[in-house]
Ligand binder design. Structure first.
Ligand SMILES: Cc1cc2nc3c(=O)[nH]c(=O)nc-3n(C[C@H](O)[C@H](O)[C@H](O)COP(=O)(O)O)c2cc1C
Length: 366
């Protein structure tokens, strides 16, 4: 389908996502910012998210913990206590006041944690008792993790229930829906390990429990089959993710949000590998692609029907008015550069809410 690319670039065309009328397809990707002191979302998050909210735009929160065992990073928000729910409410209200749709990303870090983050100094819980190898960050800092404890099958329902309760809390806080993040590192030989079917069991139990609690039309799932982040890789990511996507489709999940493999640089330009097509074809609901997209690539994949929506991480982090900049001709809408040094610092303003908007005299008032 050809779309007018001058005034209405494909990314800026409306889209109906279930009951949500989106006015454009530029989605805020989930971005951990580590400014929720003591796991409590703060008033500055209302400023940050509402800066990025537009009428009919879709925003996804940073990863938000489902329980006290879900933690592995300092000052990431939670949604498991009434206090967390009350703290999220004004943030959600500020986003809704701008007319945007807001989903909460629920996570459990599993073994990507240390005993210092765990209740009673216990071992982090996981599908395995193999620890994560120490990770070296871009500034040479080495991150170490505690050996995890492999959960017994009889303990798993309570983790599933943590997700269910957190999803209920998110809806009570006013969110329009919830998204999950699922990685797996699995060497089990019980009913939660071994075959592909068994390895997907936990994730699907979580999706079923949450969909039963808040309705599948409010549930999205984020899958990153090609990333090997934190020692999570699979010998056959296509088969694993293909199976998951098929099941999610059967369950009537609202959207499937998937991350491209790391992109290659070809002739000095980033090349998106476009490896998500088979999953897009299998999934009946809304498809969101992520990972390395810029304006041109985003317009192209929406126009080709490769995806319905595109989520932007680093570009949206640094450009609060990204949809507006994408609406303008390239020359009129330069992009702010992101500063990775302030991605995870705790300042409530610097590197968080102080990225500049385009001023009207930059040509953005048309
Ligand atoms: C600072 C930062 C924090 C991130 N936090 C999360 C997160 O909480 N949950 C998640 O699923 N992905 C997270 N990601 C991944 C992004 O959502 C996105 O997939 C990634 O940045 C690639 O997209 P981009 O090229 O548009 O930035 C994070 C990325 C960055 C740069």
């Amino acid at each position: 389908m050809a779309m007018e690319t001058t005034n209405h670039p494909p990314l800026l065309t409306p889209y109906e996502m279930g009951e949500f009328e989106l006015e454009h397809r530029v989605v805020l990707a989930p971005l951990t910012r580590q400014r929720s002191y003591g796991n409590v979302p703060q008033p500055h998050a209302a400023v940050y998210y509402s800066q990025r909210a537009t009428r009919g735009g879709l925003l996804i929160t940073e990863a938000t913990g489902v329980s006290d065992t879900a933690q592995g990073y300092t000052d990431t928000p939670g949604v498991w206590t009434p206090h967390h729910v009350a703290a999220w409410r004004p943030i959600v209200d500020a986003v809704h006041a701008k007319g945007a749709v807001f989903f909460c990303q629920l996570w459990h870090v599993g073994r990507v944690s240390t005993t210092a983050f765990q209740p009673g100094g216990a071992a982090p819980i996981s599908s395995t008792d193999r620890g994560v190898t120490p990770q070296v960050s871009h500034d040479g800092h080495v991150e170490e993790f505690s050996p995890p404890r492999r959960l017994e099958p009889r303990e798993i329902p309570s983790v599933v229930d943590d997700f269910r309760k957190a999803a209920r809390n998110a809806i009570d806080a006013g969110f329009d829906g919830v998204e999950f993040l699922k990685d797996s590192a699995n060497d089990r030989d019980d009913e939660y390990g071994g075959s592909l079917h068994n390895r997907c069991r936990f994730a699907l139990e979580v999706v079923r429990a949450v969909a039963a609690e808040v309705g599948a039309r409010r549930v999205g799932v984020r899958l990153s089959p090609f990333t090997d982040y934190m020692d999570c890789h699979d010998s056959d990511p296509e088969a694993l993710a293909g199976y998951m996507v098929e099941k999610l489709s059967e369950l009537g999940v609202l959207y499937c949000h998937m991350i491209e493999p790391r992109m290659a640089i070809v002739d000095g330009r980033r090349q998106i590998p476009h490896r998500l097509r088979p999953f897009r074809e299998k999934f009946r609901g809304t498809f969101i692609a992520a990972g390395g997209y810029d304006r041109a690539e985003g317009n192209k994949v929406v126009e080709e029907g490769y995806t319905d929506l595109v989520s932007y991480g680093r570009l949206f982090l640094a450009n609060p008015d990204l949809p507006r900049r994408f609406r303008l001709p390239d020359a009129d809408a330069p992009l702010n550069k992101y500063d990775r040094n302030t991605f995870y610092t705790s300042d409530p303003v610097v590197g968080y809410t102080d990225y500049p908007f385009l001023h009207d005299d930059d040509g953005a008032d048309k």
